[in-house]
Design a binder for this molecule. Structure first.
Ligand code: GLN
Length: 486
């Protein structure tokens, strides 16, 4: 069905004009998942029955002449680290292989209130640790633009399923770039809101001071709608912000004449591929053409962001993942001699190699004698990086850079080199360290036809300017209209 490849906004219009029913749209999505997903690997599990029930409710409302929410009836996927009652939440880990969630995450509750059919749980790197989706215990995800390439990670299934038009929208989580990197590699839009905008209740924690849920869509409009549907204060998350989200969708169109656009100097330097650089420069020229003022901005401490992240994130992960011990939920090793033996065997058998590496790194960084040298120093640097960003936002309204120095790489090309894999996040990690909203949108293609992503960052809480600036550029570039040939 051609409509599946359209945006959520277009699908909404088709629903209210009765050109298609929500049931037909959901069934078309199911058919496409059944046709493509053996090859693509986007889904860990599907929830087709409940999606069909939701679609029927939407059709009843339409038939009764009632107004429906903008996202009602739009096929959507959740990353498999978000809880939905009665469905599995595996985090792509053997340790949670058979864990069925007894409750809904707040984002799930909100989607249900909006009558959004949830088609299933999307594959990810185990516990969201990775940049290529190759760290999943349940198989890799392939890039819809080229099946020999990675989709990016950790929200690889969420991004690839939207890119391949299996679903129209999806949610991911972003701790160091896990929404933006796969969005960039798969040619769609992915948005990490300001830390605290979206409730983390029911999201399985990786690094709690960095984790943030956010939307994937095929356009800025779609991404904004999904953001608005899930954002807002939630008493169940102590870090949730008690602030108005505002009406961004109806205020997206704005003249950006005079908008101050900062180009991050350090992210346009060595290591950026020629094609990526050319495409980002074209986006910057387009901003100029639209009347924006362009300024080069230096963030001298950015080079330390990966080092800081791999101490802070692993420290928090080592603490968060302590709960997976074979007692409370999930996998438990058989044939254990005593309690300690059971803990050891369960965790040795249940976690994959990357998760074990992170737990060891984090435990080390927090151990007595090393705490001051590593963890404390990393937190101090985190503050200094935030100061750099604050200074930058005195001079500009948004910052732009490539989302990643390269386009999607070949499957298996970095899987055995953790350090090289970690470096793919050089452009994305700092926004998590400082809490800033950041987005990746498609801005071109390389010589092999692989998508290139532009990252747009705004100061904390300024989602409005971020999305307005991205929308203006998107409309001018028109790249978002392209779909992979699958
Ligand atoms: N790639 C980064 C990591 O492996 C970021 C992951 C994420 O944002 N969840 O930790």
């Amino acid at each position: 069905m051609e409509l599946l490849k359209k945006t959520a906004v277009e699908q909404h219009k088709a629903l209210v004009n009765k050109e298609v029913s929500a049931l037909e749209l959901t069934k078309a999505s199911i058919e496409r998942i059944e046709k493509l997903d053996n090859e693509l690997g986007c889904f860990n599990s599907t929830t087709f029955d409940s999606a069909i029930e939701t679609a029927k409710k939407v059709d009843e409302k339409i038939a009764a002449g009632e107004e429906i929410p903008m996202l009602a009836g739009i096929p959507t996927a959740l990353k498999d680290n978000m809880n939905m009652t009665g469905s599995k939440t595996t985090c792509s880990s053997k340790i949670l292989e058979n864990f069925v969630s007894p409750y809904d995450a707040t984002i799930t509750t909100k989607l249900k209130e909006n009558l959004v059919p949830i088609l299933g749980k999307a594959n990810l790197d185990e516990f969201a640790m990775g940049s290529s989706n190759e760290n999943s215990a349940f198989g890799i995800v392939k890039n819809p633009y080229n099946l020999k390439k990675v989709p990016g990670g950790s929200s690889g299934g969420s991004a690839a399923s939207v890119s391949a038009s299996e679903v129209t929208l999806s949610l991911g989580s972003d701790t160091g770039g896990s929404i933006r990197l796969p969005a960039s590699f798969c040619g769609i839009t992915g948005f990490k809101p300001t830390y605290g905008r979206v409730s983390r209740y029911g999201l399985i924690a990786f690094a709690s001071s960095l984790d943030q849920i956010g939307p994937f869509g095929r356009s800025i409009e779609d991404t904004t709608l999904l953001y608005e549907a899930i954002a807002g204060y939630d008493a169940k998350d102590s870090t949730s912000l008690k602030l108005e989200v505002g009406d961004i969708y109806n205020n997206l169109k704005r003249d950006i004449k005079g908008l101050r656009v900062g180009v991050i100097k350090e992210l346009m330097a060595e290591g950026v591929s020629d094609d990526v650089k050319a495409s980002i420069e074209n986006a910057i020229k387009t901003y100029e053409k639209l009347g924006a003022e362009i300024k080069e901005i230096s963030l001298p401490l950015l080079k330390h962001s990966i080092g800081v992240y791999y101490i802070v994130a692993t420290a928090e992960a080592s603490s968060n993942l302590a709960r997976f011990d074979g007692v409370k939920y999930g996998y438990r090793a058989a044939d254990c001699e005593n309690l300690l033996d059971m803990y050891c065997k369960t965790r040795a058998q249940g976690f994959g190699p990357e998760v074990k590496r992170r737990i060891m790194l984090g435990t080390y960084a927090l151990s007595s004698g090393y705490y001051d040298a590593y963890y404390k120093k990393a937190q101090q640097l985190r503050r200094l990086i935030a100061n750099d960003f604050n200074k930058a936002f005195e001079q500009v309204d948004i910052l732009v850079s490539p989302t990643c120095p390269t386009t999607a790489f070949d499957l298996n090309s970095k899987a055995n080199n953790p350090l090289e894999m970690y470096l793919t996040d050089i452009a994305t990690i700092s926004s998590n360290l400082v809490g800033a909203p950041a987005l990746s949108m498609p801005c071109g293609f390389d010589k092999e036809g692989m998508p290139i992503g532009l990252q747009v960052i705004a100061k904390n809480l300024d989602e409005l300017t971020l999305l307005q600036a991205s929308y203006a550029l998107e409309q001018e570039l028109g790249v978002y209209l392209q779909r992979p040939n699958i």
